[in-house]
Design a binder for this molecule. Structure first.
Ligand code: KDG
Ligand code: MG
Length: 403
């Protein structure tokens, strides 16, 4: 059984910050894992470098479950985004190694393909409704079957999901967080008009999605969900912050718009009640922030019992390594729903060469053994880490609010 000989953390900023773990066995096989936690990158790098890597050396690389339990139970301090992103990176790298040694792409080790391709949704944004809908049309022309629509809110200078210039949306844009202003009233008035225009101009043969990014209270979310019912959304995402899982009971009482939650979740405990009470329709936990493939499979298995499907987070702050791992998982998992897809910057793609591909609304991880993705360390070294934070949000009277 191959033992782990070395492991190292690579922090680089090819177009944005990424944290990568590279594990190598005594036989010279290496695997990679994504450990990026947007705006808190160095905390995970230190957790891995100072506290995890010393405990990995000499362990059998094939004992993925045992190593997962060792890092989770064995640390005494459980859960949390820093811990779970670090565990996830180890887990991804070990699955990558196992696949390479077996000579099989990861999805084959997870039970084989349950579908031919992974349906993905893209981000259509615009400062106005017209721009957002036109962006949606352009994506549909590229074959996308599912489009997330976000438009600027009249009366607010900036809106979640809407880029400042013509660049792709990248919210971690400042050395010290920028401050945005928020008005729920203005937002709630604008969203139904966006989806009315969306259905009018894009038709009914496309899935439409929307992200409220934790900005509402449960009763406001119930009202928005009800207002959006005529437009038959695929999902309304993160209507409220989800620490209080019970609060979704109130939303559910008022709307049949499907709900998606979980991009900030780290473990099965964050979504246990939401799933068991069927308070959501899609679970958005990711391979990187929720403990790797090993733990995400556990979450998906629980969700499957309650007709909850997967809809993994896939913004550009998840590196191509996480994207590859998600695609293998998505291809195999029985209760797959959809996968988020934002194209990475060309520089990011250069640093992380990969085999996954997009065609006609679907992605596929490719058939190279393991994850089918790597890091070009020499290229990565040319792009040092730059501190970059997500914005914070304030209400119009200055009160700090959810971003
Ligand atoms: O790091 C935070 C982003 O990944 C998040 O704001 C993106 O909400 C998001 C989404 O749905 O992609
Ligand atoms: Mg989101």
């Amino acid at each position: 059984m191959p033992k782990i000989r070395s492991a190292k953390v690579i922090v680089a900023s090819p177009a944005r910050n990424f944290v990568t773990l590279k594990i190598e066995t005594e036989d010279g096989v290496h695997g990679v894992g994504d450990a990026t936690l947007n705006g808190r990158e160095l905390a995970v790098a230190s957790y891995l470098g100072d506290h995890v890597i010393p405990c990995l050396i000499g362990r059998e690389a094939h004992r993925i479950e045992d190593i997962w339990q060792y890092l989770y139970r064995g640390a005494y301090w459980r859960r949390g985004p820093v811990t779970m992103s670090a565990i996830a990176a180890v887990d991804m790298a070990l699955w990558d190694i196992k696949g390479k040694i077996a000579g099989l792409p990861l999805y084959q080790l997870l039970g084989g393909a349950s579908r031919d391709g992974v349906m993905v949704y893209c981000h259509a944004n615009g400062t106005t409704i017209e721009e957002a809908v036109a962006a949606g049309r352009a994506y549909m022309d590229q074959g996308y079957k599912a489009v997330r629509l976000q438009a600027g809110v009249p009366g607010l200078k900036s809106t979640y999901g809407v880029p400042k210039g013509k660049q792709p949306y990248e919210p971690a844009d400042a050395d010290i967080p920028t401050e945005n202003l928020w008005s729920t009233e203005k937002y709630m008035r604008s969203v139904p008009a966006l989806f009315e225009a969306g259905r009018d101009k894009l038709g009914w043969d496309v899935h439409l999605l929307h992200d409220a990014h934790h900005r509402l209270t449960p009763i406001e979310a119930g009202r928005l969900g009800k207002d959006l019912e005529p437009f038959r959304l695929f999902w309304l995402e993160d209507p409220v912050p989800a620490e209080n899982q019970e609060s979704f009971r109130l939303i559910r009482r008022h709307t049949t718009t499907p709900l998606a939650v979980g991009e900030v979740f780290n473990t099965i405990w964050d979504c246990k009640q939401l799933i068991e009470e069927q308070l959501i329709d899609y679970i958005r936990a990711t391979v990187v922030h929720a403990g790797g493939i090993t733990h995400l499979r556990r979450i998906a298995s629980l969700a499957d019992l309650y007709n909850v499907r997967t809809g993994c987070h896939g913004a550009t702050d998840l590196s191509p390594i996480a994207m590859a791992a998600a695609l293998h998982f998505n291809l195999a998992v029985p209760n797959f729903g959809i996968q988020e897809h934002m194209s990475h910057a060309p520089l990011t793609e250069t640093v992380f060469p990969h085999t996954y591909s997009y065609a006609g609304g679907y992605m596929h991880p490719g058939d190279k053994p393991g994850l089918g993705v790597d890091i070009d360390e020499a290229e990565a070294a040319k792009h040092p880490y730059k501190r970059a934070y997500l914005p914070v949000n304030r209400l119009e009277d200055g009160t700090l609010y959810n971003w």
